[in-house]
Design a protein around this ligand. Structure first.
Ligand code: MSP
Length: 635
């Protein structure tokens, strides 16, 4: 019996017939989250990922690309590896079904099952969907088409070997009954059991009409049906034939994650093969739902694949890892929308988590920390642990973010920027430690950065123990907000709404309504005389206080001292770019003779000047190179 302190998690091995997309990334990130979480819990983890390279589908895709199947698979498998690296997927092995040890495992298994009398020779006549690599009966078809891919399906007639699946019907039904946790979610389990109750047909497990596969050891004219080759990867991955010590340590798998499309193969055919081999079955299968766009499954063949690189460039790897699991329960289908994606990146990662870390670290650098009783996180930790055990990622994240909300309320109420209370700053820092450790399986890079700022380890020990007091340096910005509107300093005065063609980093050119003026270019920028320029009264002002605008979440209301007893209220669109404490006390350049303008109910008597980069993602105020008194003129 396997040691309880190990954890073996697998994902399906994908067909490298096209590049990975967010659908395949979804399952793989889920595997990585579980792997990281269980490592954190102190278990010895094995996480297996890989590619499924044989079969008709791969052979045909390679033909279309005018390459040999192996060259074609080599190229795309590399893409999978690169993408998983980009997404910070920490697998222990990447298995390819073309790996030598795997070919040996499949042949050994085929021989054993054959010897046992569970394989016999016959003749197959029926329907085969190459996209599914699956057999269908006439009644499964939808108007002559594959029920999943909705493409015309080919009728096959060839010599074949069969696996006696029907023999295992009763054993399977008893097994499901005795192991109620084997298939999750519950609704899918019922579907499987009902189908098995209807009866099982023996399975054609070899093909003789093409050659891209593993030859049957007892009849070299045949190659193994791709699923009989693919499923045993879960055994090869941990050293079934070559490393029996490791195999014993990790088998049976603790959790096998897969999409609902391939549950039948994993919940029926896979345990039957294992029964025949006399091996234990995996402890749990979890069939998650599909990521969809406008209701259609995301996938290369459906033509709506969302580029992973593109998404990650716009936001961050951690944003993708987080958002995919934030909303939809893992077992259900979830609609993917770039707009929701950016909203969550902005509102949750940048605003809630990023701001908290930025504010607390800035203040901790200024005032230091003093040890006191921490804010308790035990309930959150316990709940997160339970949710992750059941793959309820959305609930786990919800729980963690409630705790972050609690910390944000605490800082608002305690106002440490006014009180300079080192104990409050300690409590907040300790809370940040706890949420970062809990979030680390989801957003490992960010958690790592936060741990460096506040000087703690990402470990169970450090989750249990209070934060050590240390010298803290202000954190770098963790998540840059993406502006969905064309200008980050919209809501600024004197700009009339106009229709224009605007291209932003994350939008295709389209008609949008903007309140920003057309950007000046070298060509269209009007020339002004010195007289024009001298009409502007530009001065150095000192920012005395910074408050959030009551009605606009991008604006601050500043109290500014412009010298000579001229104190004014000036509204500035800097909230996405600065924390209040980063502005307070700073000197900057202001236009002081603009006509007053009321911005969302607050009168602004002037304008702060800032530098803005090309795509509006970076905004910085203009401060004098050396200290100079407020009221100094800019010439
Ligand atoms: N090669 C087989 C699996 C063999 S496992 C022993 C296969 N490959 S596949 O490339 O078609 O991958 C299917 C899997 O990709 C799904 O089960 C799921 O894990 C993942 N997904 C593909 N598209 C997806 C979505 N749109 N949404 C969620 N998961 C998706 O089947």
């Amino acid at each position: 019996m396997k040691n309880k302190n190990t954890f073996y998690v697998t994902t399906p091995i994908y067909y490298p017939s096209a590049e990975p997309h967010i659908g395949t990334a979804y399952t793989t990130i889920a595997g990585d989250i579980l792997s990281r979480w269980n490592t954190l819990l102190g278990k010895e983890v094995f996480f297996l990922a890989g590619t499924d390279e044989h079969g008709k589908k791969m052979e045909e895709s390679a033909e279309r690309a005018r390459q040999s199947p192996k060259t074609f698979a080599d190229h795309l498998t590399l893409k999978f590896k690169e993408t998983w690296k980009l997404l910070n997927i920490n697998y222990n092995r990447f298995i390819r079904t073309t790996d030598k040890d795997h070919e040996q495992v499949v042949q050994t298994i085929l021989s054993e099952v054959h010897k046992k009398g569970d394989i016999y020779e016959g003749y197959y006549e029926g329907f085969y969907c190459t996209a599914c690599e699956s057999y269908y009966t006439e009644k499964d078809l939808k108007e002559g088409c594959c029920p999943i891919h909705e493409v015309k399906i080919e009728k096959l007639k060839e010599e074949s070997y069969f696996f006696k699946l029907s023999k295992y019907q009763k054993k399977l039904l008893k097994f499901y009954k005795d192991n109620p946790d084997f298939i999750s979610p519950e609704s899918r389990k019922k579907e499987i059991i009902n189908r098995v109750k209807e009866g099982l047909q023996d399975l054609s497990i070899s093909r003789s009409s093409f050659s891209w596969g593993i030859p049957l050891p007892f009849d070299k004219k045949h190659v193994s049906w791709v699923w009989f080759d693919a499923l045993p990867n879960y055994l090869t991955g941990i050293g079934y034939l070559e490393n029996s010590k490791q195999f014993k340590k990790f088998w049976p798998a603790d959790i096998q994650i897969l999409g609902k499309d391939i549950l039948w193969f994993h919940a029926v055919i896979w345990p039957a093969i294992l029964f025949s081999l006399g091996l234990e079955t995996p402890k749990k299968l979890f069939a998650h739902g599909w990521l969809t766009i406008k209701g259609a499954k995301i996938g290369k063949s459906a033509g709506n694949a969302v580029g992973i690189n593109n998404l990650v460039e716009k936001t961050s790897v951690d944003s993708l890892r987080y958002v995919l699991f934030r909303e939809t329960p893992f077992g259900q289908d979830g609609e993917f929308s770039e707009s929701v994606f950016i909203d969550r990146h902005n509102n949750e990662l940048a605003d809630k988590l990023g701001n908290l870390v930025s504010r607390v670290s800035t203040l901790a650098e200024m005032y230091g920390l003093q040890k006191t009783t921490p804010i308790k996180s035990d309930k959150t930790v316990k709940a997160v642990n339970n949710y992750l055990e059941n793959l309820e990622f959305d609930k786990a994240l919800n729980e963690i973010f409630s705790f972050i909300d609690q910390l944000n309320e605490y800082i608002q109420n305690k106002k440490p920027w006014e009180t300079k209370d080192k104990k409050v700053l300690y409590q907040l820092s300790n809370g940040i430690k706890d949420v970062s450790i809990l979030l680390s399986p989801f957003i490992p890079r960010t958690a790592e950065k936060i741990s460096k700022t506040f000087n703690f380890d990402i470990s169970l020990e450090s989750l249990k123990n209070p934060l050590k007091v240390s010298k803290i340096k202000k954190s770098e910005i963790l998540f840059r907000k993406i502006d969905k509107s064309p200008s980050p300093i919209d809501d600024m005065p004197k700009q009339k709404a106009q229709k224009s063609e605007v291209k932003t980093k994350h939008q295709e050119t389209k008609q949008i309504t903007t309140i920003a003026p057309e950007k000046p270019t070298k060509e269209n920028s009007p020339k002004v005389s010195y007289d024009d320029f001298s009409k502007l009264d530009l001065k150095i002002g000192k920012i005395l206080s910074v408050k959030n605008h009551p009605n606009a979440d991008k604006l601050y209301v500043l109290e500014v001292d412009l010298g000579n007893n001229d104190k004014r209220t000036i509204v500035a669109g800097l909230r996405n770019h600065y924390q209040p404490e980063q502005l307070q006390g700073k000197k900057a350049v202001f236009i002081t003779n603009l006509a007053p303008a009321t911005l969302r109910g607050v009168e602004s008597n002037g304008m702060l000047l800032a530098a803005v980069n090309d795509d509006d993602s970076h905004v910085t105020i203009l401060t004098p190179d050396e200290d100079i008194s407020e009221g100094s003129k800019i010439r």
